[in-house]
Write a protein that binds this ligand. Structure first.
Ligand code: FNR
Length: 358
């Protein structure tokens, strides 16, 4: 069952991303989208490209680039090959990488070799193991140990589980379980959603539980309510379409909640990366877009895509006069549409004009 599900997820996510360009209703949905975030253009703000550095530092780490391949897969032969290729692409471009949920390995150690290629192919890279909040402290240690991981991601996915026919139905033990895992492992813990966003309230709670970093993983890209609904006999949860916080809304809601933030979910191109960094993310992740390139066009195409994204992010930072990813948070932003309404209703102060960049 697990093996079939992992292969299904890859197939359905790729199918979703192929139609996504023609099927974007996100802009009009509550909380808006990245398209509601605009950089105010200052024609004299530009800098020398040679002065732009992509290094980003947070939670005691320094990454060479503020981009990572986020959690996706493992557990079956096919997904093991995908993990290997994703790790090669991450190595060739300096990206950090997460494996998909390691629950299949924790249930059956025989599938360890569908995850270990991530570390083998990216020996010096920043590698994140991934588990759910049902894992025991001992299982969390095993997941980290298998990959000699630099950090442990715990994913929160109530919506996905409820829509998944064979999913979990009990979640009230998660806060205590997260606290126990943070105590048990000797690497920092990152908590992430799977595409429905983390609110400011959730991020504050996570800070109290000992979590080091929050990845808001918001709405706008891969939609697991739709994927799991498509696996139901009667697809009867279709009305959940649009559930969750968009990634920019989650960033605005959660900044100031006392934890370094990562952003993922619905990141389509280098401008979205710059937008997320400008809203306070320390690094930006994507899953579906990179998987789709790999599955449809192969490893060389993925390396090419990642190289282009980094090159164009540098170009955008040059236009904006931002010498580091953190400096993007000092640029002038203009927020419009449904994202602006979200800020008004949540009483989130809109980004103010910056004296320095006028
Ligand atoms: C995922 N995602 C995911 N997340 C997680 O924490 N553990 C997992 O096992 C998986 N599995 C998974 C499989 C596939 C095929 C995809 C595409 C995604 C969710 C992922 O990390 C991310 O939060 C969402 O996909 C939103 O980002 P994108 O796809 O919009 O960039």
């Amino acid at each position: 069952m697990t093996v079939t599900r992992k292969d299904d997820h890859v197939r359905l996510a790729v199918a979703q991303h192929q139609t996504a360009q023609h099927d974007r209703r996100d802009h009009a949905q509550p909380g808006g989208s990245f398209d509601d975030v605009h950089f105010l253009h200052h024609a004299l703000a530009g800098t020398d490209r040679n002065r732009v550095s992509l290094h980003t530092s947070f939670a005691g780490w320094t990454w060479p680039v503020p981009l990572y391949i986020n959690a996706m897969t493992g557990g079956s032969r096919k997904t093991g090959e995908i993990n290997r290729d994703l790790a090669i692409a991450a190595r060739e471009t300096g990206l950090a990488i997460a494996t998909g949920s390691m629950s299949p390995y924790l249930k059956d150690p025989a599938c360890a070799d569908t995850y270990t290629p991530v570390r083998q192919q990216h020996p010096d890279g920043f590698v994140m193991a991934n588990i759910n909040a049902n894992a025991t402290p001992e299982q969390a240690r095993r997941a980290v140990g298998l990959l000699n991981a630099d950090a442990l991601q715990i994913h929160l996915n109530t919506v996905q589980e409820v829509v998944m026919p064979e999913g979990d139905r009990s979640f009230d033990h998660w806060p205590a379980a997260i606290a126990a895992i943070t105590q048990a492992v000797d690497v920092p813990v990152i908590v992430k959603e799977v595409g429905f966003g983390l609110s400011g309230r959730t991020v504050s709670q996570l800070a109290d539980l000992g979590v080091a970093v929050a990845d808001v993983a918001g709405r706008g890209g891969t939609d697991f309510a739709r994927i799991e609904n498509g696996r139901r006999e009667h697809a009867d949860y279709a009305y959940l379409d649009g559930w969750g916080l968009s990634t920019p809304a989650a960033l605005l809601d959660a900044r100031g909640a006392g934890m370094p933030l990562l952003a993922s979910g619905g990141v389509r191109h280098p401008l979205d990366v710059a937008r997320a960094l400008a809203l306070g993310a320390r690094a930006v992740g994507a899953s579906g877009p990179f998987l789709t390139t790999l599955v449809n066009d192969g490893l060389a195409a993925l390396i090419d895509q990642l190289t282009t994204w980094l090159d164009q992010l540098t170009a955008l930072m040059t236009i904006l006069g931002a010498h580091t990813p953190a400096a993007l948070a000092e640029t002038d932003l203009h927020i419009t549409g449904a994202l602006r309404e979200f800020c008004d209703q949540r009483q989130i102060p809109l980004p103010q004009p910056k004296e320095a960049s006028r």
